[in-house]
Design a protein around this ligand. Structure first.
Ligand SMILES: Nc1ncnc2c1ncn2[C@@H]1O[C@H](COP(=O)(O)OP(=O)(O)OP(=O)(O)O)[C@@H](O)[C@H]1O
Ligand SMILES: [Mg+2]
Length: 456
């Protein structure tokens, strides 16, 4: 070996004969392994409890007067409970192959018969150590991936051919620091992509700060973004930290970027170029380390042509551009997206719905979805509320003129409306009956009576 570094594998040598332990220790030490030793079952268990080993080399006979190895097999089981990933190579003294085989059957990785052959022992040890290190590395990666999937990464459904370029870009630039501009019509999933990019990046443990540029009035824009110091405005009673600083080390997501006022485009451009910003009213420059994501449903090319958007700013923002096609150009994804929404909303409204009947599914596939995925999600939510059976029927769907979120109450029966409003109120208050009854202007018992009546 010779090339082993300070991360040399550590091996536990366990045998009740001191001379065996000594010679194994010397042999392994010469090969660059760290070794610990144990001469009784109690010592073995204590050693494994206190530190991590890459391998245990373990004799199976501890009671001098018996050769059955039962105690050794029992010990093997107890060691495995303590450390499920520790590879164990057993040693058997009397050439009892049956015992060795039984140990293998119970999870030992390999066995060595005494007296052993040095070269063979070393080859078994190095093979098992390498294997276990690879295995443990794999498990760690798997755990990390699960964490990534579980943590803040939103569900992102995209199996259609039209979404493949976007998917590939997300996977490739997600982990980088590249500034990304996300474009697409309303409701195509720009927010979802921004959150996915952040979750994939090494910045994921730091904040993702979202600024809806479109909703900020020009007056507060600058202090929102860059902060201000006390006295900078007449009503600036205290210092304020801007979103740029809040996102330090993390990601700043500027949504509806086309709406940024012209004079602030200059300031933003300078911050992006220098990585420095000042709070309004302060001359102190602060360095900020942010990754910038931005999104727009406007055509920035047109905005540039008409002089409303600086082209050099665009070049700073769109190091990479991810275009999300409208839903009508990726109809293959409709059934999956609809099924996902159905699961979400039936859980929320506590309705046991299995799926869509064929006519309903066809209607979903055929519709043009001007409001894209958001409209689909709202349509499914409405259908979940309407459904009387355990599947959604096409009569439960209101597509088109219902327009985002609005149920056509005039087409419902009085009881239908009552049922609908009760379900809405319960969902809004997370199933809390007291709060829902208050919101509906009912007593708790009044609400309970109706819940019973409608079987909710
Ligand atoms: N690929 C997808 N997989 C699962 N859910 C999605 C997907 N795309 C969009 N959604 C859902 O659709 C809704 C709208 O998505 P989102 O808010 O990201 O759209 P947007 O492009 O940011 O819209 P806007 O331009 O109005 O801001 C959200 O509820 C989101 O979770
Ligand atoms: Mg959005």
């Amino acid at each position: 070996m010779g090339t082993l570094s300070s991360t040399n594998p550590r091996i536990l040598i366990a045998d009740d004969q001191p001379d065996v332990v000594q010679s194994l220790r010397l042999l392994l030490k010469n090969e660059g392994y760290h070794t610990d030793t144990a001469t009784s079952p109690a010592e073995i268990l204590a050693a494994i409890e206190t530190r991590d080993f890459d391998l245990a080399l373990m004799d199976l006979n501890y009671a001098r007067d018996t050769t059955s190895g039962e105690e050794g097999l029992d010990l093997l089981g107890r060691v495995q409970v303590l450390d499920t990933t520790l590879p164990i190579v057993v040693m058997t003294a009397w050439g009892t192959v049956e015992l060795a085989v039984e140990a293998m059957r119970r999870g030992a990785r390999d066995f060595i018969q005494k007296p052993w052959d040095n070269a063979r022992l070393l080859s078994i040890v190095s093979t098992q150590v390498e294997l276990s290190q690879a295995l443990r590395r794999g498990q760690r990666l798997e755990a990390e991936n699960q964490l990534l999937r579980a943590a803040d990464r939103p569900a992102f459904i995209a199996e259609s051919p039209a979404m493949q370029p976007a998917l590939q870009l997300i996977a490739r630039v997600g982990p980088s620091d590249a500034n990304v501009l996300i474009t697409g019509e309303h409701g195509t999933g720009k927010d979802v992509v921004a959150r996915t990019l952040h979750a994939l990046s090494p910045r994921s443990a730091k904040p993702l700060v979202i600024v809806d540029v479109g909703s900020l009035s020009e007056g507060v824009f600058e202090s929102e973004l860059f902060g201000h110091v006390k006295g900078a405005y007449t009503d600036a009673k205290a210092d304020r930290v801007g979103r740029f600083e809040l996102a330090d080390g993390g990601t700043l997501f500027l949504d509806e970027i086309a709406n940024i006022p012209p004079h602030l485009q200059n300031k933003l451009l300078r911050v992006l170029e220098t990585g420095e910003a000042e709070r309004v009213g302060s001359s102190r420059t602060r360095r900020v380390d942010v990754r910038l994501l931005s999104a727009t449903n406007a055509s920035l090319k047109e905005e540039i042509a008409s002089g409303r958007f600086r082209e050099d700013l665009l070049f700073r923002l769109n190091t990479v551009e991810i275009r999300l096609p409208p839903l009508r150009e990726r109809r293959e994804d409709i059934p999956l997206l609809a099924a996902y929404s159905l699961g979400q909303h039936s859980r929320r409204y506590r309705k046991a719905l299995k799926g869509f009947d064929p006519a309903a599914l066809q209607a979903l596939r055929d519709y043009s979805w001007p409001g894209n995925v958001r409209e689909l999600d709202h349509a499914v939510e409405r259908a979940v509320l309407m459904a009387q059976e355990n599947v959604v029927r096409s009569s439960d769907l209101v597509l088109g003129n219902g327009r985002d979120g609005a149920v056509r109450l005039e087409e419902m029966s009085l009881e239908g409306v009552e049922r609908f409003l009760i379900q809405k109120a319960l969902a809004r208050h997370n199933g809390n009956v007291s709060q829902a009854s208050k919101a509906l202007g009912l007593s708790r018992s009044g609400l309970y009576r109706r819940l019973q009546k409608y079987g909710l």
